[in-house]
Design a protein around this ligand. Structure first.
Ligand SMILES: *[C@@H]1O[C@H](CO)[C@@H](O)[C@H](O)[C@H]1NC(C)=O
Ligand SMILES: *[C@@H]1O[C@H](CO)[C@@H](O)[C@H](O)[C@H]1NC(C)=O
Ligand SMILES: *[C@@H]1O[C@H](CO)[C@@H](O)[C@H](O)[C@H]1NC(C)=O
Ligand SMILES: *[C@@H]1O[C@H](CO)[C@@H](O)[C@H](O)[C@H]1NC(C)=O
Ligand SMILES: *[C@@H]1O[C@H](CO)[C@@H](O)[C@H](O)[C@H]1NC(C)=O
Ligand SMILES: *[C@@H]1O[C@H](CO)[C@@H](O)[C@H](O)[C@H]1NC(C)=O
Ligand SMILES: *[C@@H]1O[C@H](CO)[C@@H](O)[C@H](O)[C@H]1NC(C)=O
Ligand SMILES: *[C@@H]1O[C@H](CO)[C@@H](O)[C@H](O)[C@H]1NC(C)=O
Length: 387
């Protein structure tokens, strides 16, 4: 790290643009098995969903039957044979609790199993969306009643990726549903997008009742990296299943490509991205390069390229971020496991949403909101490299 010219030369000799020392052991399954050794539990909370999705992606790519059995059994353990999802409250409306639906749909589809209990549980979540409290323009409230009339970028990942995947399996010709999914993104774009930087503010308050709401757009004041990370990933995941012949498709695709441009321009020379991304905050006292969003952006760029949504030229952006993650965010423990550092615990619009608030939140070790996306990114790097 102190001799960038030398390390670049070494990497070039090894015939790869990536850190070459550990290529015999894929980082995806390495981080996944490290997490198993830490004994984390599953429930219907989105952080558990993300960790288990990371494990499942790593296991599937490397055909690791014991890791895959772990992920499959974990998801199965929270769905009763009659299709009741443990911990789910059908009258509590928080978008965070919808994300687990993606884990269920994965194992519903995997190996053609079509297990009825997953279909029933997923249908429960789908029907809950039909009852969801909405803003006057039709956006899902982030959480009721506390975040009334608010949409956050995070919520798009939590709910609309499930909504789209479910509809692609069970209601593929439901145009009303496809339009409704695109509307969620349209509303975020209308209120949160900065057309100069091409980045998006964290969220907006449609009735402008939140203390932080911009008097014109209702937007919150700052661009928070993890919210943008969830949103970038959501665009890739939703476009993967969205019918290309519907008008919503080209709008979503434009949202993705313009954000890809904004993120490339916002990338720090280190390869990572700042916690608070809007000018003039990058580099300011208290701000730092944050690991969860760096992992999410890397994943979404690589997957977006792989499935033909983004130009291949963005690969350099992702590879630079990947190198940073291996150097700075992956921690090599003496017992051979990996830990994950540098992830901010939370970023919420429940308070004043000021710069001081965001940079005042602590970082956590082995936070699944960062380690899960690192596993996602690692699977894409390994796919790209044929590892
Ligand atoms: C490879 O892994 C070892 C621990 O097994 C670690 O010390 C080393 O820094 C890693 N190297 C790279 C380039 O990631
Ligand atoms: C390996 O070391 C880390 C860090 O000390 C620890 O958290 C983890 O539980 C250890 N894992 C095993 C399998 O001993
Ligand atoms: C995956 O591993 C199993 C055994 O664990 C083997 O039967 C199967 O052929 C492998 N599949 C692929 C695609 O490598
Ligand atoms: C489904 O099974 C769970 C756990 O076995 C039980 O608590 C619940 O009452 C059952 N629900 C229905 C509708 O049968
Ligand atoms: C479900 O959520 C509603 C709304 O927040 C709440 O009033 C109710 O007590 C919750 N039910 C359970 C069983 O927790
Ligand atoms: C189609 O989607 C709309 C909006 O989500 C929903 O209200 C309706 O029940 C769905 N129709 C069918 C047949 O599933
Ligand atoms: C939009 O981004 C530009 C460039 O970073 C910045 O100068 C401007 O203040 C931003 N606008 C808002 C409303 O945040
Ligand atoms: C905003 O909240 C943070 C704590 O979350 C506090 O430190 C800061 O002083 C508050 N700023 C304003 C302007 O109220």
């Amino acid at each position: 790290m102190h001799f960038p010219a030398l390390s670049l030369a070494l990497l070039t000799c090894a015939g790869t643009t990536l850190a070459a020392a550990n290529t015999t052991r894929p980082y995806s399954t390495w981080m996944a098995s490290s997490f198993l050794s830490k004994g984390q539990a599953i429930n219907n909370h989105y952080v558990a969903s993300v960790i288990h999705e990371g494990i499942q992606k790593a296991a599937t790519l490397h055909n690791d039957s014991s890791l895959l059995a772990y992920a499959s059994n974990a998801v199965s353990s929270i769905v009763s044979s009659n299709g009741t999802l443990k911990g789910w409250n059908s009258t509590f409306y928080t978008l965070d609790d919808i994300r687990i639906g993606n884990n269920m749909l994965y194992f519903w589809d995997a190996e053609g199993r079509k297990e009825k209990k997953y279909e029933i549980a997923a249908k429960g979540l789908r029907e809950q969306l039909n009852r969801w409290p909405r803003t006057p323009s039709g956006g899902f409230w982030h959480r009721a009643p506390i975040y009334k009339n608010q949409m956050w970028l995070d919520g798009i990942y939590m709910a609309d990726t499930f909504y789209a995947t479910y509809v692609s399996y069970f209601e593929p010709t439901n145009i009303t549903a496809w339009d409704d999914i695109a509307l969620q993104f349209d509303l975020i774009e209308e209120h949160c997008r900065n057309h100069t930087s091409n980045l998006l503010q964290h969220g907006y308050s449609e009735d402008k009742a939140a203390v932080w709401a911009d008097p014109v757009t209702g937007a919150s004041p700052h661009v928070w990296d993890r919210a943008v990370g969830w949103y970038f990933v959501a665009l890739v995941e939703v476009l993967q299943v969205y019918p290309a012949d519907l008008p919503g498709y080209s709008r979503l695709h434009e949202y993705l490509t313009t954000l890809a441009d904004g993120l490339k321009r916002a990338q720090d020379v280190s390869g990572g991205w700042w916690l608070v991304m809007d000018e003039p905050y990058p580099g300011m006292k208290g701000n730092y390069i944050e690991s969860s969003a760096t992992a999410m952006f890397t994943y979404a760029y690589l997957k977006g390229i792989r499935i033909g949504l983004l130009e291949a030229s963005y690969k350099d952006v992702a590879l630079k971020a990947w190198d940073l993650m291996l150097d700075d965010f992956v921690q090599y423990e003496t017992n051979g496991t990996l830990s994950w550092t540098g992830t901010v615990e939370v970023g919420s619009l429940s308070g004043n949403a000021t710069y001081e608030y965001y940079v005042g939140v602590k970082k956590a070790l082995n936070d699944g909101k960062g380690a899960g996306p690192f596993m996602y990114a690692a699977t894409e790097i390994e796919l790209a490299q044929g590892l």
